[in-house]
Design a protein around this ligand. Structure first.
Ligand code: C2O
Ligand code: CU
Ligand code: CU
Length: 554
């Protein structure tokens, strides 16, 4: 969290009158630095996550998967000793779960993690007190349209010893897969330690396929590859280094953002991938805790983006660069055809951290593609010619409008962030956003901080309407939004598109529109309230109060 522009004083919580933000210069980068050992780039082959197989067939209902979460050692770079990581089914990242639209699956998430955490816990963080077991886990299917008991509520955790949190229901979750073909991912969501559990390795892909996508003649099989981009720091012995030194006395261990100096894709440090001179489909995911990426390919090769968080775009969009905040997905086609064998194409990044104005730009390279020769002709449809399905736009006319205010609380003595909040409320306060089941609402995300935040809603895939800058000082003093510029249309890859995570820029109101629906076949009682979440997907923020429940009212 950079506090360059604006912050609320702690008095905001007591409602003590007007808030005047002192403009004290504070350091831009809060993550404690440790320089990782120098590692040669592009010496390891990009791993492809395995595809998970169910333990039972589809006979008699949902296919069932059994997935164990555990700690193990895995080699992340040729010259690093094996690193202790956490993973699903003994793999980091976890194996990919592939499903077909409308065919539900059940997953038994088995906890076989050790009782001591791999990374330093801050016991002052809400939900991570000394009275809680150190290692707790609960899996969330990010972007999945699921019922609340299958959503991985942060207090629905359980442990390997069989303890569980107050909202625990079961370790077996049902995924109805009642949504269009898209790139989802699953990751841990336990209260107060999500950043550590995901950092340790608990994340994997979940691909929904459907007949619309099947008919498109896209690259598939060995030419369709998921890419999860993450940043890490290493100690010389190969172990993960995640700072254990906080900036404030209130939170002696928590850091406001983690930025690593080493890039990993699919769990390998700066890997390379040999590609034939043909089209590839990459399912890209920013799986980092806090780092944004602004990606480009050498030689001006465009990313032909065909899909987003929640589904396919209505047309392929040629993106010279891709901006990806934590948790965002870009489904792209890259056309290597016409490139001479031996050509190297780097995937480069120039995003600042914290995004957009921070001073840390230490991760300029992510991975490398090396062109080999063609093994067979490429018969896939060029992206420009793809007949992608229309994406109907949600209509904001008459929609109920709600505000979501992002703010950061500053410890003035330490000159450092204490926590981030939504609506100046804590996670454990009663939810006050209660959209009616089936209704369409417009949410205005009002960012009063100096950083961009990737704001994520559970349950729904929404659409982005526009972004508009406002006067923060007037807002501080009066609580009124006075716009300082015209409304800006979303980027060409944002509208029309289904999104579950939206970039909210400093001093900007971002409007999104969502229809609050449950998966087909959901049985509910009138008046029943179903609890979901809205939160920042910078995991350090999410863990420290920038997360609120909301409830769909049936
Ligand atoms: Cu990907 Cu609530 O998270
Ligand atoms: Cu989610
Ligand atoms: Cu945030």
């Amino acid at each position: 969290m950079s506090t360059r522009r604006h912050f609320l004083k702690v008095s905001a919580l007591t409602g003590a009158g007007a808030l005047l933000a002192p403009r004290i210069p504070v350091p831009q980068l809060f993550a404690a630095r440790r320089t990782s050992p120098t590692l040669a780039r592009f010496v390891d082959v990009l791993p492809r996550p395995a595809v998970m197989t169910p333990v039972t067939g589809t006979a008699g209902g949902a296919a069932t998967y059994r997935v164990s979460m555990s700690e193990f050692a895995q080699q992340l770079h040729r010259d690093l000793p094996p690193t202790r990581v956490w993973g699903y089914a003994g793999q980091y990242p976890g194996p990919t779960i592939e499903v077909h639209r409308g065919l539900p699956i059940a997953v038994q998430w088995q906890k076989n993690l050790p009782s001591a955490h791999l990374l330093p816990i801050d016991h002052t963080i809400h939900g991570a007190g000394y009275d809680q077991p150190d290692v707790r886990a609960v899996v969330h299917l990010h972007g999945g349209k699921v019922m609340p008991e299958d959503d991985g509520y942060p207090l629905a955790w359980s442990t390997s010893a069989g303890e569980h949190g107050p909202n625990y229901y079961s370790d077996t979750f049902l995924y109805p897969n009642d949504q269009p073909a898209t790139t989802l991912w699953y990751h841990d969501h336990a209260l107060g330690i999500t950043r550590l559990n995901v950092h340790a390795g608990l994340a994997g892909f979940f691909l929904v396929r459907d007949s619309v996508e099947d008919a498109l003649n896209l690259p598939r099989g060995q030419y369709e590859i998921p890419l999860v981009i993450q940043d890490r720091n290493f100690n010389a012995d190969g172990s993960l280094f995640y700072s254990g030194e906080g900036l404030t006395s209130a939170h002696p261990v928590w850091i406001p953002e983690f930025f690593g100096d080493t890039a990993l894709v699919n769990g390998k440090v700066w890997p390379y991938l040999e590609v034939e001179p043909r089209r590839y489909r990459f399912r890209m995911l920013n799986g980092s805790n806090a780092r944004f990426y602004h990606l480009a390919l050498d030689k001006g090769l465009p990313f032909w983006q065909i899909g987003t968080d929640g589904g396919l775009l209505p047309r392929a969009v040629a993106m010279p660069r891709l901006l990806m905040g934590p948790a965002e997905r870009c489904d792209v086609i890259v056309d290597f055809s016409g490139l001479a064998p031996g050509t190297s194409i780097n995937l480069a990044n120039n995003a600042r951290s914290p995004f957009p104005d921070g001073t840390d730009t230490r991760l300029p390279q992510i991975m490398q593609f090396r062109v080999t020769s063609l093994s067979s002709p490429d018969a896939t449809t060029p992206p420009q010619n793809l007949l992608l399905p229309n994406v109907p736009l949600l209509d904001p006319t008459g929609a109920n409008v709600r505000d979501v205010v992002i703010s950061e609380i500053i410890d003035e003595e330490a000159d450092a962030p204490l926590e981030g909040l939504l609506d100046v409320k804590y996670f454990d306060m009663e939810p006050d956003k209660l959209p009616a089941l089936g209704s369409t609402e417009v949410w205005r995300i009002i960012n009063t901080t100096g950083d961009a935040h990737p704001i994520h809603l559970h349950l729904v895939q929404f659409q982005i309407l526009d972004r508009r800058t406002f006067d923060e000082e007037t807002y501080d003093e009066t609580g009124k939004i006075v716009y300082t510029g015209p409304a800006k249309a979303p980027a060409p890859n944002e509208r029309s598109a289904w999104k579950d995570t939206v970039l909210s820029y400093p001093g900007t109101v971002t409007r999104i529109i969502a229809k609050f629906e449950l998966p087909a076949g959901a049985v509910t009682q009138p008046g029943q309230r179903l609890r979901y979440l809205i939160h920042c997907h910078i995991l350090e923020h999410e863990d420290n109060e920038m997360m609120r429940p909301y409830e769909v009212v049936c």
